[in-house]
Design a protein around this ligand. Structure first.
Ligand code: SAH
Length: 491
């Protein structure tokens, strides 16, 4: 990742004094997670640019020496080497520490003065929050612009990536600029590479104390800086705001943070399927209950697992582990794995299943790992049964053939139990007008006929037979909300 700072007032090379880095001397700094290079692509009296390039060592990440501690495949496949993140803040503090504190022996008056500066930062992960860039940086006096990138120019329908290249222009003290970046980069990135310790509040007060107090988004920034950890957010706000302001702020933060209070460094995942299903439910009485459809579906899947007599079961796209929780107590099952593409979902599953408090026998039964169902994976081979519950509709339709190969050709368990929404039932949900789907991440939903046709084609291609059934309340046209296929391998 690259951060450049440009100064254009004569003699612009004074930037070298302010940063305590000589423009003619490229420098390298060794950090525990990689190397930082500081050099000047341009150093002329009219214009001077200092570049800080952070080169994270992916081997150390993979060995778990540094990283987010999420583990699994995340250690190998992640955006850490190129995304602007808390690694960059740590690098800034280390390499530009003196400039950050505002000290400059040679040019003290310049260090204390607001200067016209321009910053360019590559690959700031800000998802769909680009509006927030202005809300956060403009009150600090910056003109904000950014460039978004497509995920892959060969596949424009994949949409935009999560990253933007950000440019900030403003007349600010260099020390203030560096402190703004130190605090605000991780606010956008959210994954912290270090375990947040008790000195974290002090760090925020040290780098943000002066300017954060009057920032209109102080609560949002604080909450995100601490990944919504209640105790830190509350403690920081109490020290930054007046007593009265802080109390309002804290109660808001506290409410807002309960959902993720136990997830530590992780971001908020989107609403789960049962949550969105409950939200769609038009009947207020039924809405109060915990998604009865979800319970009915899971009951049906567990029954199908029992019926096929499987002893080894893989839950593919296990999400936060609702099915795993039920399967864990099934006596006939001796080995259980949960696989999902999302490390966030897996971490939540681990927390929710409270494995550390379970008896050793149960704990030893289950393994969670990250993987993608569109790639052959030997870890999925040799199971009696695989469950794929409410997952296929999260894949782009052109990936379905790859999914079918992974599950039915390569993993090839004796039984595959697969559920997916029945689009023909959506007319019963008031909120789903104009062909809307049940969950924001659904790429499609099949009608009864479409699901039947897909299931039959899979059987023909890979040598399975299928028994289809439908789950949930029956509407006046005989449609039910969930469809299930139990596929059995021939021979
Ligand atoms: N089976 C769970 C979760 C359903 S939500 C339940 O019924 O509660 C869909 C899940 O599929 C998400 O957790 C998502 O991360 C996962 N998923 C989507 N595409 C995937 C893929 N290609 N490989 C593995 N998991 C995937």
């Amino acid at each position: 990742m690259l951060l450049t700072i440009t100064y254009r007032e004569k003699p612009a090379t004074d930037l070298g004094f302010l940063l305590h880095k000589h423009p003619a001397r490229p420098q390298t700094f060794e950090l525990s997670f990689g190397k930082v290079y500081v050099f000047y692509p341009k150093a002329e009296p009219e214009e001077c640019t200092a570049a800080l390039l952070l080169d994270i060592n992916p081997i150390d990440l993979a060995r778990g020496k540094v990283g987010t501690g999420v583990g699994g495949l995340f250690d190998y496949i992640n955006d850490r080497p190129y995304a602007a993140s808390s690694f960059l803040s740590t690098a800034l503090a280390r390499v530009y520490g003196s400039a950050m504190s505002g000290s400059c022996r040679e040019k003290p008056e310049l260090a204390g003065k607001a200067l016209p500066l321009e910053v360019h930062l590559t690959n700031l992960p800000c998802r769909s929050e680009t509006d927030k860039l202005k809300e956060i940086f403009e009150p600090l006096g910056y003109e904000v612009s950014y460039v978004e990138h497509g995920l892959d120019e060969t596949f424009p329908n994949w949409g935009m990536s999560d990253y933007v290249d950000l440019t900030l222009k403003g007349t600010v003290r260099l020390a203030d600029l560096l402190n703004h970046l130190y605090v605000l980069i991780p606010v956008f990135d959210r994954q912290k590479h270090y375990w947040m310790g008790d000195d974290e509040v002090d760090k925020l007060l040290h780098h943000g104390g002066d300017w954060l107090k009057t920032h209109p988004e102080i609560r949002w920034i604080t909450r995100r800086y601490f990944n919504r950890k209640k105790s830190y957010v509350g403690s920081a706000l109490r020290q930054l705001l007046t007593e009265e302001e802080a109390e309002t702020g804290i109660s808001e933060e506290t409410e807002d943070s309960t959902a993720t209070a136990d997830t530590g460094d992780l971001e908020t995942p989107p609403a789960t399927e049962p949550e969105t299903e409950t939200a769609l439910e038009p009947n207020p009485e039924r809405k109060k209950r915990r998604s009865p459809l979800n319970d009915q579906r899971l009951d049906a899947v567990v029954q199908a697992v029992r019926d096929c007599g499987a002893a080894t079961v893989a839950d593919l796209g296990c999400g936060e582990g609702q099915l795993l929780r039920r399967l864990l107590t099934e006596r006939q099952i001796t080995k259980l794995v949960g696989m999902d593409v999302s490390t966030v979902a897996l971490a939540r599953a681990e927390t929710k299943l409270k494995l550390d408090r379970k008896a050793e026998l149960i704990r030893n039964k289950l393994t969670l790992f990250q993987g993608a169902l569109t790639y052959r994976d030997q870890r999925l081979e040799g199971f009696d049964a695989a469950c794929v519950v409410e997952v296929v509709e999260h894949m782009d339709p052109d990936r379905l053939p790859a999914f079918a190969r992974t599950v039915f050709l390569h993993a090839a368990p004796k039984t595959v139990i697969l559920t997916t929404p029945n689009r023909s039932y959506n007319k019963n949900y008031e909120a789903l007008t104009d062909g809307k789907l049940r969950h924001p991440d659904h790429r499609f939903e099949w009608t009864k006929e479409e699901f039947t046709a897909w299931a039959e084609a899979v059987c023909k291609d890979y040598g399975y037979t299928v028994r289809l059934s439908w789950i949930g309340e029956i509407d006046e046209d005989g449609q039910q909300p969930t469809q299930m296929g139990v596929f059995t391998k021939c021979g």
